[in-house]
Design a protein around this ligand. Structure first.
Ligand SMILES: NC(=O)c1ccc[n+]([C@@H]2O[C@H](COP(=O)([O-])OP(=O)(O)OC[C@H]3O[C@@H](n4cnc5c(N)ncnc54)[C@H](OP(=O)(O)O)[C@@H]3O)[C@@H](O)[C@H]2O)c1
Length: 254
């Protein structure tokens, strides 16, 4: 409890899955949270849940492809809570999947726009504010896919998500002196809507489960607890990392 007392956080992709659970954990640990995604109804119910549990949160609905959305998220954090200490840039899509020879330019570009370009735009506005209040922690949601592991049919997803690792390193090097830490998390498979949409048969789920040394997929809460570490002062000397949370998928060949 209270590991994020007096901290102000932005969480994108907060309407479901990893983002939703992380926003609740941040609030339970004392952070004031600005939650963003496109689905207003889901965001409103999240804010209600956080407030009912005694936490503080406010929702801003929008699309992460819009630079104005990131500007608004930061402005709401500062106007409501006076600062910005933590940003969890987690919104993402699988995008157009399937054999790469059939992937459209529009599908590839949309995936890069949501998974990579939007993360840059987010960090641009967040870091500008963090510099003003003495530093902060930026966390991007990448993935093990395209880093330690891949499989056919996910070129756009893998390319966009591995780009976040370069972005993490560049921003960490650039803003370390301003006490801004920047890290990426690389989850293995996590039991969310995205995972279930992608693995819609028992066979597919068995295949994915078997990729992990732990022979199961993660719960969103298991990922949220790693994000909490990177967000908190416990990680005060951790920056520029690509942090695997993959149940041992990277060291498994059976
Ligand atoms: N599940 C896995 O196995 C797994 C593994 C590794 C990494 N990841 C990554 O984890 C992150 C969260 O995914 P999840 O598994 O929790 O799936 P999810 O439940 O589908 O969550 C995706 C979130 O991103 C938001 N989002 C998508 N496009 C958006 C846009 N254009 N503008 C604003 N928000 C947008 C969605 O909100 P709205 O639809 O309301 O906009 C939703 O809140 C993603 O970046 C994903 O790539 C997932």
């Amino acid at each position: 409890m209270n590991r994020l007392n007096n901290k102000v956080a932005i969480v994108t992709g907060a309407s479901s899955g990893i983002g939703r659970v992380t926003a609740k954990l941040f609030a339970a640990e004392g952070a004031k949270v600005v939650v963003g995604a496109r689905r207003q109804v889901e965001l409103d119910s999240l804010v209600e849940e956080i407030r009912a549990a005694g936490g503080e949160a406010v929702a801003v609905a929008g699309d992460v492809r819009s630079e104005e959305f990131h500007n608004a998220l930061v402005a709401v954090a500062v106007d409501n809570y006076g600062a910005l200490d933590i940003a969890f840039n987690n919104a993402g899509i699988l995008g157009e999947a399937g054999p790469s020879t059939g992937v459209s330019e529009a599908g590839f570009s949309e995936t890069v726009a949501i998974n990579l370009t939007a993360s840059f735009l987010a960090a641009k506005h967040q870091i500008a504010q963090m510099e003003k209040n003495g530093g902060g922690s930026v966390i991007f949601t990448s993935t093990f896919v395209g880093y330690s592991f891949s499989f056919p049919g996910v070129a756009a997803y893998a390319a966009s998500k591995s780009g976040l690792i370069g972005l993490t390193q560049a921003l960490a090097a650039e803003y370390g002196q301003q006490n801004v830490r920047v890290n990426a998390i690389l989850p293995g498979a996590v039991d969310t809507d995205m995972y279930r949409d992608m693995n819609d048969t028992a066979d597919k789920q068995a295949f994915v489960t078997n990729l992990h040394a732990l022979k199961r997929v993660a719960t969103p809460d298991e990922v949220a607890r790693s994000v909490l570490f990177l967000a908190s002062d416990d990680a005060s000397f951790v920056t520029g990392t690509a942090s695997l949370i993959d149940g041992g998928a990277s060291i498994t060949r059976t």
